[in-house]
Design a protein around this ligand. Structure first.
Ligand code: SF4
Length: 409
């Protein structure tokens, strides 16, 4: 099956699934409307019989007003019933339009399975996938994984002669390590691809201040409300600018690796983004470096002389917000000691906010306690120090670090 056919089939299955689910919910709505109507009909019959048995009732009597209100409710439920019937009729017509796909992929499970198989096959041929795409967006944090994801995407796009389709997007929450946004821009400029900066209103600290609560692993509003939601409108604008008279194929590249966590290991290399996909765009999330290990990533950086953020040299293995709500105590203590060494205001800013809102940064410890522990360690061991290339020394050895430094000097 060609790449184009596979993409078309994925879209057909998606639409068939949507039609089937719309039909099911229209059926449910009709059943509910029927039940409501029958209950009101029973009330109406009851009051009719009651008044009849009494040989009539005058207009001021309670039985008469109960009858009147039952008549009104009956009319209302009649209207709802007609509406639900019309909705089911429309859903049925749409479902008929998707009948061939529904016959072939009759259940939700079959549809999901077929989509997964097709996407998996597409992920095996990155150059073909890029050729078939109309727009390729690299969502970068400017961290090491994003950097290698960008490098690999650009390399494949160049091989496909499609570098013009690639754009880079970075979301700046204002709580990252210094130089992150500037580095993201430089990394994009290095490949000559357009760079777009998204700056959500208020950023991370504004959101915490508004909610008077820190996000946590279960309610990761910092990623959903501040990173994911603001990027949707940008994709809409870019797809609009393509001016296509058919559905656009959009690849959304992320630097997610399976080795990072159990939940990330379950993610696919290529997945349908049903939330962002619509009639005018089929959006696929492309975890292009899903199979790479941490060492593979550093190897790519070293051999290609890619510019990585100096924070990795301090021993911090992730380029995140200075204080990440998902991080453990050791990581946060090290981050605080790095802040001390760089004379950054974050420990003070964050602990003041923690005090002001009266909500602990993490469920089981405060940031205040973290800062105190970092101070104590600095007093015992002295301030921490590092050298450019330490991240590569740790992961690949001194020779690789020396080679990288010579290459990037
Ligand atoms: S790095 Fe951590 S705190 Fe920052 S946005 Fe991501 S999950 Fe939230």
């Amino acid at each position: 099956m060609s790449t184009e056919s596979a993409l078309r089939t994925i879209e057909l299955i998606r639409c068939a699934g949507k039609a089937a689910s719309a039909y099911r919910s229209a059926q449910k709505a009709l059943r509910e409307a029927h039940d409501e109507h029958s209950a009101v009909q029973a009330q109406l019959n009851h009051w009719n019989d009651h008044i009849h048995a009494m040989g009539g009732a005058d207009r001021a009597s309670p039985a008469h007003s109960a009858l009147l209100s039952a008549v009104q409710e009956h009319q209302e439920t009649e209207r709802k019933l007609r509406k639900a019937e019309a909705r089911l009729q429309r859903a049925s017509t749409t479902t008929q339009g998707h009948r061939p796909a529904l016959n072939r992929y009759p259940t939700e499970r079959t549809r999901r399975r077929a989509t997964t198989v097709l996407l998996d096959r597409l992920a095996d041929y990155p150059v073909d996938l890029i050729r078939a795409a109309d727009l390729i967006i690299i969502q970068t944090s400017s961290g090491k994984d994003s950097l290698v994801a960008m490098h690999r995407t650009v390399t494949a796009a160049q091989a496909a002669g499609c570098l013009h389709k690639v754009r880079v997007m970075h979301c700046d929450l204002g709580s990252e390590w210094p130089g992150v946004a500037e580095l993201a821009r430089r990394q994009a400029e290095h490949y000559g691809i357009p760079f777009h900066l998204v700056t959500p209103d208020g950023g991370f600290l504004g959101m915490v201040e508004n909610r008077q609560m820190w996000p946590d692993a279960k309610r990761r509003l910092c990623t959903s409300a501040l990173k994911r939601d603001p990027t949707g409108p940008v994709i809409t604008t870019w797809v609009g600018e393509l001016g296509l008279d058919r559905q656009a194929i959009v690849l959304n590249v992320m630097g997610v690796r399976g080795a990072e966590s159990a939940s990330r290991a379950l993610k696919a290399r290529l997945a349908l983004d049903s939330r962002t996909t619509s009639a005018n765009r089929l959006v696929l999330t492309w975890n292009i470096i899903h199979g790479l290990s941490e060492e593979d990533v550093w190897q790519d950086i070293a051999s290609n002389g890619l510019e990585y953020h100096p924070i990795y040299d301090t021993g911090l293995e992730r380029l995140s917000c200075v204080y990440c709500v998902l991080a453990g105590p050791d990581w946060l203590i090290l981050a605080t000691r790095v802040c001390f060494a760089l004379e950054l205001p974050h420990p003070q800013t964050f602990t003041e906010l923690e005090r002001r809102i009266g909500h602990s940064f993490k469920l089981d410890f405060t940031l205040n306690a973290i800062v105190a522990a970092a101070r104590m360690l600095d007093a015992i061991e002295g301030p921490i120090t590092w050298r450019r290339g330490d991240a590569l020394r740790r992961h690949l050895g001194p020779a690789a670090a020396d080679q990288y430094l010579a290459l990037t000097r």
